[in-house]
Structures are given as C-alpha cells and as structure tokens.
Design a protein. Structure first.
Length: 74
C-alpha cells in the first residue's frame, strides 16, 4: 500500500493545542444523590452500550425532555 505524504502546508504537528472555549457551555457538572439500584441499572445499560453510566443517564434525561415526558409521582 502506498503511503500518502502530507504537504508541508498541511502539517498539523505545528499547530498549538488549545481548549475548546465553548466546552464549558455544553455541560454542567452536578451532584445527584441516587439509590444504589438506580446506579446499578444505568451502569448495566452503560456496559451494554459501551458508554459511561453518566452518559446513559444524560441521554435518558434528554429523551425525557425531548418527549415532554410527564413525571408520575407514586
């Protein structure tokens, strides 16, 4: 297989790393007190999907929001 050589003007090795200035606006860190069985449930789903359990919880809450799901209090 032939290796392609990058043109010198496209050399990304010379670029400086810099943080995304909008990253802090994308998500906010919060602390929630959740029961062990709830955490275990989301951890199991996370393993199945190959994600972190925090991502699975976030996706679930986003789905609830987008579906305008009403909360049922028992």
């Amino acid at each position: 297989m032939l290796a392609k050589v990058m043109k010198p003007e496209y050399d990304l090795g010379k670029m400086k790393n810099r943080p995304n200035p909008f990253a802090s606006q994308l998500k906010e860190e919060v602390t929630l007190k959740l029961s062990d069985d709830l955490i275990n449930f989301f951890q199991q789903k996370a393993v199945e999907k190959g994600l972190s359990y925090q991502e699975v919880i976030s996706l679930y809450l986003q789905d609830c929001m987008m579906s305008n799901l009403e909360i049922a209090f028992n």
